[in-house]
Write a protein that binds this ligand. Structure first.
Ligand code: 9MR
Length: 567
């Protein structure tokens, strides 16, 4: 295990002009003196800690350190209490300017069906194309259905992004990720500032095609989602290996058979939602593509309405994740919202306004993820001008603001504030993704109200992810003094093979998971408190994997925070 600090800080940076908080681990009952030192070791500010008792999510006895009063930009600051010193950090917005692009760069690395070129990623990360039916690959240009299905066709489902450390491609997870990348752009364009998201900002093959790179990257996934549509309009839930491969295995080395799992209503609605969003985003940029996406979305939406309860098998988890979800009210609402926002058609409007989730009934303080997509529809309806009554849109925004208030209330009681709560107090698989998504709820509350406390909450969440947590890790690779280095990934497997790289900068680890769902977690973490259920180990796939949906959440908030920092 890596050493934990007694003075826990964001190991990357605090933004000038915003509150600056750190956490002292100490069972002293009284306030302790702290000192902020600059890179030369000179004390530039001092103060007293505030004892807060034993923290519920970490079990640590904690004190709050508030050094907000010091606001001089610089690098290499440290906080000291007695003989304990924090990792160094900056007071600066510069790291955010980099993180906004590094977090998006992740997706090019995850591309299937295309060579990853050294000119964009450096020699260590370059690799041949995966899954274009070049031996030993057995897919993905003519993929049959699972043997028990006999669907009578094969599909060309090349392309898209690999989900995570594995080589599966799952519609419901790829879909929300593409949506979130597209929403990063769409939100900036509609109510923020999209100038930093233009063409030429990312190192990808499409960087000089006149189209914003963030859209080019998302299109790689949207194209794949469209390919997953079956002849009847339904969408296959996923395509992945027949059996799990070992670590390391680069995509082009994978010799497993590839199989389509059955179509599902969730995947069909998910594709409908994203394709409808894509039709809107590309309407003027590429009208033919926009029309193609809308046709696919329309067919998918109709197919889902005709087959409303086809649930993906929860036990279909060999060689890939199951991503099964039996509650589809939220997917129906999300898809209807996207179809309506894009087309304005009355039938979709009826489906939106008739949903039990309408007017802000889907957002909770747990947040949203691949199985809970209603809030994505809310975000679209709150941002994109539609013909819905102003009062109804206001109710959606108010629900986000009320949820953001709940986050702030809970964060105020925590030693390591993070906007996320499960009803039972646990932390689940991908807790960092949920935290990042809930940070976007705080960000939207700021967009809707302009109240400073919500913006501060977003940065507090970033501080947790970047090191102000009880395990002293920056959960973003390449960022901070002690970043995760051994994420679960079949290429970035340096821990197992020193000739392979660690993760490139800007990749978010899944983070603490109190359910201990892999052998390393079981062995090492029995009895852990939720925020402490973490090890930086490559085999700890239930703690330290990386995925497209967690990085899309990180990219969304990093871009928002960079925008709000004037960069
Ligand atoms: O992120 C998924 C999480 O919500 C589930 O609890 C977990 C177990 O089913 O699966 C996670 O997704 C993994 C997927 O099944 C396979 N690819 C890697 C994903 C991240 O670990």
């Amino acid at each position: 295990p890596a050493p934990t600090k007694k003075v826990q800080v964001d190991q990357v940076a605090y933004a000038p002009g915003l509150p600056k908080h750190a956490t002292l681990v100490s069972d002293a009952a009284t306030a302790q003196p702290w000192a902020l030192k600059n890179s030369g070791g000179t004390t530039v500010a001092t103060g007293l800690t505030t004892p807060k008792g034993v923290d519920s999510l970490s079990g640590d006895p904690v004190h709050l350190i508030d050094f907000s009063s010091y606001d001089t930009a610089g690098t290499g600051y440290t906080l000291t209490v007695g003989s304990e010193t924090s990792f160094p950090f900056d007071i600066s917005v510069d790291p955010l300017k980099k993180l906004r692009y590094d977090s998006l760069a992740f997706f090019y690395h995850q591309r299937s069906g295309i060579e990853i070129e050294a000119q964009y990623v450096g020699a260590a990360y370059a690799r041949p194309a995966g899954h274009l039916d070049v031996a030993p690959n057995k897919g993905d240009t003519t993929v049959p259905c699972r043997s028990d299905l006999n669907c009578g066709y094969t599909l060309d489902v090349r392309g898209g992004w690999y989900d995570a450390g594995d080589h599966g491609k799952y519609v419901v997870n790829g879909g929300i990720s593409a949506w979130q990348v597209l929403n990063t752009y769409e939100r900036a364009k509609l109510i923020g500032d999209a100038t930093a998201l233009g063409d030429g900002k990312l190192a990808i093959p499409e960087k000089a095609n006149g189209v914003p790179d963030i859209l080019d990257e998302a299109r790689w996934e949207v194209d794949f989602l469209l390919r997953m549509q079956a002849p009847d309009g339904m969408v296959h839930h996923k395509i992945h290996d027949a059996d799990w491969t070992g670590l390391p295995t680069l995509p082009h080395q994978d010799s497993q058979a590839r199989r389509l799992s059955p179509t599902s209503t969730a995947a069909t609605l998910n594709m409908a939602a994203v394709a409808a969003q894509a039709a809107r985003v590309w309407k003027t940029i590429d009208p033919a593509y926009s029309a193609k996406a809308l046709t696919a979305a329309t067919r998918a939406y109709a197919a889902a309405k005709a087959t409303p309860k086809k649930i993906a098998d929860p036990n279909d988890g060999t060689g890939g994740g199951s991503y099964s979800d039996s509650t589809l009210t939220d997917e129906f609402y999300w898809a209807a919202a996207e179809m309506y926002a894009t087309t304005g058609e009355a039938s979709y409007r009826v489906d939106v306004t008739g949903s039990t989730l309408y007017k802000g009934q889907s957002i909770t303080d747990r947040g949203y993820d691949w199985g809970s997509t209603g809030p994505l529809g809310d975000i679209t309806l709150a941002l994109v001008p539609t013909g819905l009554p102003t009062a109804d849109v206001a109710a959606i925004k108010a629900a986000f603001v009320a949820t953001a208030d709940k986050h702030l209330n809970q964060m105020a009681s925590l030693g390591y504030p993070a906007p996320y709560r499960e009803p039972d107090g646990s932390y689940v698989w991908g807790s960092n993704g949920l935290i990042a998504n809930n940070a976007s709820v705080l960000a939207l509350a700021y967009d809707f109200t302009g109240a400073a406390k919500y913006r501060e909450g977003v940065f507090e969440a970033l501080h947790y992810l970047l090191g102000r947590n009880p395990v002293s890790y920056s959960y973003v690779s390449g960022y901070g003094e002690q970043p995760v280095r051994n994420v679960h990934h079949r290429h970035w497997a340096n821990q197992l093979d020193p000739t392979l790289p660690t993760a490139p900068p800007g990749v978010l680890s899944g983070g603490p998971n109190s359910s201990l769902q892999d052998p390393v977690a079981e062995r090492r973490l029995a009895g852990c408190k939720p925020q402490k259920c973490f090890v930086d180990h490559i085999e700890a796939y239930s703690l330290n994997e990386v995925t497209v949906n967690w990085n899309s959440a990180l990219a969304w908030i990093a871009n928002w925070a960079a925008e709000k920092s004037g960069s």
